[in-house]
Structures are given as C-alpha cells and as structure tokens.
Design a protein around this ligand. Structure first.
Ligand code: C2E
Ligand code: MG
Ligand code: MG
Length: 339
C-alpha cells in the first residue's frame, strides 16, 4: 500500500481484505472456505529495505496465525525478539534427538486407597549444552509448530515403553506408564503404527500403556482422529484426558471415545480446600468420573489437606510433588523397590 496516512488506514484495508475472503470460493462446483492471516510492516518506520520489511511482515504473519487466524498483526520489535528466540530454539531442537539431549523423567501416580505407586507419567526433558535445561512448556509448542513433535513423540513412546518393560524385567512391581500425546501425532502421522512398533520393540503389555490426550483433541476430532483413537483402544492401550476441566469437552465425548481416565487439572486442585468454588468443581468432576465409571486422578497435589479432601470425595489416584517430583529412571526404580 502506498500513500497511506497512518497505521489505522492499513488496519482498515486489512479488515476489508479479511472480510472479503470470508465468502466461499467456488471451485469445480464445490464451495471452498479457507482462512487468511495478514502480517504488516511499515516503511520507513520498521525498516528501510525491502528484504527486511518482507521478513518483518512474515514474522507478523506468523503471530497473526498463532493468534487464531483470520486476523492481522503489525510487526513490532518485541516480535523480533520473540521470533529470534523461537528460531534459536527451533534450530537447536532439530539436533536434540541425534545429539541425545532429550531424556525422560518419571512422576509417580499413587493409589489413594493403598498408598502405593501404581503408575508413572513420562515427562520429556531437554538439556542443551548452552541453553541449559529448557522447560517443556517452552519447547513443546515449537516442536508442534515445526512438526518436530512427530519424531520426538515417537522417541518418547519407544523410550517410555522400553523403561516400563525394563522395570518389569527387573522384578519391580507392575505399573502403568502414561505418555503425553500431542494432537499433531494424531493428525499428521500413523500413530497406531508407531504405538504398535513401540509395544512390539519393548514387549510391553498394551494394557500397561496409557496415552494422555487433551480435551481439545476430543472436541475437534476429525473422522481420522476418531478412527485412530478407536484403533489405539483396539490395541489394548488406555486413554486418559489430561488437564481435564480447562477445555470445554462436551460430556458425550467421554463415552464416545472409550476414555478410561480423567486427570483433574492442577489449577482446580491448587486452592482446595480453601477455595469453596474449586472444592465444588473438584467434587463435581470426581462425581462425574465415578458415575461414568471412569478412573479419576488429581494432578498437582502438594499438601495433606488436599489429599484428605480428595480422599473424602472418592478420588482414585493422586499425582504431585507431595508424592514425588518428576525424577530420573534410577530414582524411580529405587522408589519402586522400596515399596
Ligand atoms: P502435564 O502432562 O499436565 O504434566 C504435568 C506437569 O505438572 C509437569 O510439568 C509436572 O512436572 C507438573 N507437576 C506435577 N506435580 C506438580 C505439583 O505438585 N505442583 C506443580 N506446581 N507442578 C506439578 P512439566 O514436566 O513441566 O510438563 C509440562 C507439560 O509439558 C505437560 O503437562 C505436558 O503437557 C507437556 N509434556 C511433557 N512431556 C511431554 C511429551 O513427552 N510429549 C508431549 N506431547 N507433551 C509433553
Ligand atoms: Mg500429562
Ligand atoms: Mg496435566
């Protein structure tokens, strides 16, 4: 756009374009709709040369897409910093697998009635020589955006199954291994083949493997995702809904997908028993799970008062720092041996 008065004028044009693009296209008699996103950079405020302007617009476009698509963003310097940071993570993450910088930690899941460890959740860790320990909340979104979560997720499945079977072979108590699955793994790869391969390579009983999925996957599920879940269940594997309560999954999904377990999100557990609203919500989720004959586990349990209440409400399992932080395989094996 040339001869513009101010940034507002550009925003109005962007809005008009987006509006015009909401109408379906007709192609070969089919009505096709798609979404558009716009990134904007301004000469000479943002940069004085074409290449830089284009790159900045591209960065802003990326932010627009991340902001939910169908929208526009102006480039800001702050975006530049964030984009550089992302690029640095991305470049390094591409090499993380072959450099063996990824590893798993395991967090105990404890049965409230017996007080025994009945399961482990495998949690991915990345230790980079220069960046140090990068938390999963920072690098997993990058892995998802770049598709790197596919090879990484495959590695996690293999490694978690191998470890679970190694503990069994060592004569430690039988336990369930929970693995976090990204929606991308459902949508972009043959997850069933990957799980089958991990089970076969390790020799692990499929019933000992539990996939943790998000509520949003249930809600947005395509026919292909539904079929994948059906086949995973047919393999004998279990499915748990992670961070339950923060999304908006309709209740019918829980039955429709043969879910085995709900994991109550940490945010609900945090302020019980002090916060009466959270107490009510936690109670309601536990009752919901029990009446649907689902197992229910509370995440992020850090103190005895929470445990007392969860027990009174009939929660089956707990997971949290009170019972153990995520720990190395060796430390976990020691805990198992003690019990
Ligand atoms: P999540 O699956 O909900 O995992 C639970 C998170 O809560 C873990 O954080 C764990 O360390 C933390 N946590 C457990 N107990 C407590 C507690 O008592 N208090 C507090 N404050 N926190 C507690 P972490 O390990 O940083 O993982 C964050 C998220 O990263 C996970 O949330 C999961 O969504 C994702 N993630 C981790 N590993 C993988 C993986 O292998 N694949 C995929 N796709 N996602 C993963
Ligand atoms: Mg999880
Ligand atoms: Mg969780």
């Amino acid at each position: 756009l040339s001869e513009i008065q101010d940034a507002d004028a550009v925003a109005r044009v962007a809005e008009k374009i987006l509006e015009a693009m909401t109408a379906p296209f007709e192609i070969d008699g089919h009505a096709i709709t798609t979404s558009f996103s716009i990134g904007i950079s301004l000469f000479p405020d943002d940069a004085a040369d074409f290449d830089t302007l284009l790159r900045q617009a591209d960065t802003a476009l990326y932010q627009a897409k991340a902001g939910g698509r169908g929208t526009y963003r102006f480039f800001t310097d702050q975006m530049n910093v964030a984009a550089m940071e992302r690029m640095r993570l991305e470049t390094n993450l591409r090499q993380a697998l072959e450099r063996r910088e990824l590893y798993l930690e395991f967090q105990p899941q404890v049965d409230l009635e017996s007080g025994r460890i009945v399961g482990a959740e495998a949690l991915l860790r990345w230790n980079h020589a220069e960046l140090g320990q990068v938390p999963p909340d920072r690098f997993i979104p990058v892995a998802e955006d770049t598709g790197l979560i596919v090879p990484i997720g495959t590695w996690v499945l293999h490694e978690a199954c191998r470890q679970a079977q190694a503990w069994r072979d060592a004569g430690l108590p039988l336990l369930r291994m929970a693995v976090n699955l990204s929606a991308i793994q459902f949508r972009r790869t043959d997850l069933v083949a990957t799980v089958r391969a991990a089970l076969e390579a390790s020799g692990l009983d499929p019933a000992a493997l539990e996939g943790e999925i998000t509520e949003s996957l249930l809600v947005d599920s395509s026919a292909q995702v539904q079929e994948t879940m059906r086949q995973l269940k047919a393999l004998g594997m279990r499915l748990a809904v992670d961070d339950f309560g923060v999304g908006y999954s309709g209740l019918r999904y829980l039955k429709h997908f043969e879910i085995d377990k709900l994991k109550i999100d940490r945010s609900f557990v945090l302020d019980i028993p002090g916060d009466p609203e959270d107490v009510t919500l936690v109670h309601a989720i536990i009752q919901l799970a029990r009446s649907l004959t689902l197992e229910v586990v509370a995440e992020g349990v850090e103190n005895d008062a929470q445990v007392a209440l969860l027990r009174a409400f009939g929660c089956h399992e707990v997971q949290g720092y009170l019972f153990g932080r995520p720990m190395s395989a060796a430390a976990f094996a020691e805990r198992l041996a003690e019990q």
